[in-house]
Ligand binder design. Sequence first.
Ligand SMILES: Nc1ncnc2c1ncn2[C@@H]1O[C@H](COP(=O)(O)OP(=O)(O)OP(=O)(O)O)[C@@H](O)[C@H]1O
Ligand SMILES: [Mg+2]
Length: 271
Amino acid sequence: MSHIATASAQDFEQELPYYEPVGNECALFEQAYQQRLPLLLKGPTGCGKTRFVSHMAAKLGRPLFTVSCHDDLTAADLTGRYLLQGGETRWVDGPLTRAVREGGICYLDEVVEARKDVTVVLHPLTDDRRLLPLERTGELLEAPDDFMLVVSYNPGYQHILKSLKPSTRQRFVAMSFDFPPPKVECEIVARESGLAYDRCAALVNLAASLRAMKGQDLEEGVSTRLLVYCATLINAGMPILDAACATLVEPLSDDQDVQQGLLEAIKATFG
Ligand SMILES: Nc1ncnc2c1ncn2[C@@H]1O[C@H](COP(=O)(O)OP(=O)(O)OP(=O)(O)O)[C@@H](O)[C@H]1O
Ligand SMILES: [Mg+2]
């Protein structure tokens, strides 16, 4: 089953989800929305892609339909299907169809995981036609101006069989995400965890040396998300080394040698 999150009108009245801009990404998102262009976000895990999309959806006042794609996700999971309800069969819109009908932002996370038939649905929607054909109901929906499609994936895990075809990629305006520059990352970690800025700065420094180990031994560098976890545990009173071990070592690798290397770097900073 796909995970579907919908923002209600109530959510819009609340504060915007906190997002610290790193470059021109907010302006680019807004332009893409206004010009009715679909957007592709690339970047490592835990660097702020999902937070960015929720922030922008709230800023633009559009409902957000998020789908975490997986290898069983079919076109029907996105468009909808006939379901038996109270003895009769009724068509139920999927999240993509709802976003098109209601004029919202549909966000397909880890889109490369989805099955191939999904691209058949996305193609007419992501070129200048902006059409969503619903074969099963015989409808042909035209996307309203306030509909936007956003997709994301992590190029780090990209499998040769699981990359997007050029004909799909080249339908999107694209931007790359990476871990924020140190000052911005300190702001984020401090704000998200409540830990004092100076202490977050030490963690962000440490992250730089841990990230330098990527490639040699590690598949992915430590994420901003994990730094937030670490700072949150420290702020709650956990000893630094315990917090670091639970957030900056264990989630990154199962390999003893790699873990040892990470631990040494941590001890060199906090030892
Ligand atoms: N620019 C930012 N502004 C505010 N918070 C951020 C930012 N970047 C990262 N974060 C923090 O990092 C956490 C992880 O970010 P997010 O969930 O958006 O990552 P992601 O890129 O979607 O990762 P994944 O690919 O694993 O889904 C957020 O919950 C937030 O605490
Ligand atoms: Mg995400």
